[in-house]
Write a protein that binds this ligand. Structure first.
Ligand code: TRP
Length: 450
């Protein structure tokens, strides 16, 4: 299929915006803060940042190289670069990971829709009268309303994908990312000025390594992959739509920076509020939904800010969800030779089913456990901590040992057209080939055995 038939991004800026749109999402605003809370604060953040810089950037470069060089979906790109080999299975693992993530992501997105509706009713402006913890629990544990909200979120994401790469994904991301950025920044500044915010700020920035375990490190690594949309072919797929002139290094650095900044300011918005209002940082997935409403209730004009926040929150989540859908649609439609429309329709029904189970896992099905986890936690935990991690491992092995340094350098420099410092090429490739593989394996083993 030619590039024009497959659709492509209109510009290099479009690629950055779409990649950042894919990266910035619930991972930053929902998952990152609650993992920070569960894993003791600053030490977790520091480990997370080291992973992002030392590992994730190289993994992203690898995915970019595979996708742009292969020019096809996440599975076929492997097949084109390594004909008659088993490598395409790495892509298949990615498709499976995308399904696992989309089996719960719309449920959280649905919580966001629910909270937008609450914000529109100015539920959070009645300060002091509401127990936000109880409100959250009753909101997510009932049976039917969360299903409706989940379906709204999923169908909205499907609608964007249906408009195609340029019109849907790119336009939506271009507008929403800056809006969200300034909103979250403003909220963070307000939160950090609250009386009692100091404990939260210390929690975020003063590391205590005494509580760090193998599980903490594994969680930080999984979160880094999750937040940057790595290890399952999302970047491969988007990179296949990127032009031959885009600078892989620049786009990757921009994406990684944007995502990291978002995560940190989301942390700065949430943690100070957790301490200022006397909540527990360890409460898990409800953290953002419990803390921020309390903050909005406290703010002058908080009613309006809450509305804007949840709109932006949802749009960020949607730009991420569409990248996950796109990975599946690109693969299944090209593989089974059915139209994108039909592929989407069938996928939607399938995902509605899976997400229904995940949603019910917060209420009626809470006692059904797999490996000691409820079903939603299972999808979340296995996708980030195992599938994406294994995916990332295969991706670095593929670039480091199969396609090799010559191709890597050729892609990063666009065949010599852009200048990239030698130490950067050598350094990142060294990490890809020799450092990342054993470290990833070691961390996964420690987290399983420890
Ligand atoms: N990174 C997104 C977030 O932080 C989630 C996401 C989108 C994702 N596409 C992905 C995660 C691909 C892994 C792989 O919300």
């Amino acid at each position: 299929m030619s590039a024009s038939e497959r659709g492509s991004f209109s510009s290099s800026f479009g690629v950055i915006v779409a990649m950042a749109g894919s990266a910035v999402g619930l991972g930053n605003m929902w998952r990152f803060p609650y993992l920070v809370g569960e894993n003791g604060g600053a030490a977790f953040i520091l480990i997370y940042l080291i992973f992002v810089l030392v590992f994730c950037l190289p993994v992203m470069l690898c995915e970019f190289v595979i996708g742009r060089r292969g020019g096809a979906n996440a599975v076929k790109s492997f097949a084109l670069l390594a004909p008659k080999s088993a490598w395409p299975l790495a892509g298949v693992l990615g498709i499976l990971a995308a399904i696992f993530i989309m089996a719960f992501y719309p449920v959280i997105g649905g919580w966001g829709v629910n909270y937008l509706v609450k914000a529109l009713n100015f539920t959070f402006s009645r300060a002091g009268e509401i127990d936000y913890g109880a409100l959250f629990n009753s909101s997510v544990s009932s049976t039917v309303p969360p299903l409706i909200y989940m379906a709204i979120f999923l169908l909205a994401s499907v609608a964007v994908v249906a408009f195609g790469v340029k019109n849907g994904i790119e336009k939506c991301s271009k507008v929403m990312m800056p809006v969200l950025f300034f909103l979250v920044l403003g909220i963070a500044i307000y939160a950090m000025c609250l009386p009692g915010a100091g404990d939260g700020i210390r929690y975020l920035f003063r590391p205590d390594f005494s509580a760090v375990t193998g599980k903490t490190v594994a969680a930080a690594m999984g979160q880094a992959f999750f937040s940057l949309s790595l290890g399952m072919g999302a970047v491969i797929t988007y990179a296949s739509y990127a032009g031959k002139n885009t600078s892989i290094l620049r786009e990757s650095i921009a994406t990684v920076s944007a995502d990291t900044v978002f995560a940190i300011i989301a942390g700065c918005a949430i943690m100070p509020a957790v301490f200022a209002f006397g909540y527990s940082p360890e409460q898990g997935p409800g953290l953002v939904f419990v803390t921020l409403p309390a903050l909005f209730a406290d703010m002058p004009g908080g009613g309006i800010i809450a509305i804007l926040f949840f709109i932006a929150f949802l749009l960020a989540a949607i730009t991420s969800a569409i990248s996950l859908l796109e990975v599946m649609v690109a693969y299944f439609s090209e593989r089974l030779k059915i139209s994108r429309g039909w592929t989407l329709a069938i996928l939607t029904i399938f995902l509605l089913g899976l997400c229904t189970l995940s949603s019910l896992a917060n209420g009626p099905l809470a006692d059904r456990k797999i490996f000691g986890m409820d079903l939603m936690t299972f999808f979340d935990y296995t996708s980030a901590n195992f599938m994406m991690t294994l995916g990332a491992l295969l991706i670095v092995l593929f670039v480091g040992w199969k396609i090799g340094k010559t191709v890597y350098v050729e892609e990063l420099t666009n065949g010599g057209k852009i200048r990239v410092p030698r130490w950067l090429l050598d350094g990142t490739f060294f990490v890809i080939k020799y450092i990342a593989p054993p470290v990833i394996v070691a961390i996964v083993l420690v987290s399983i055995l420890g």
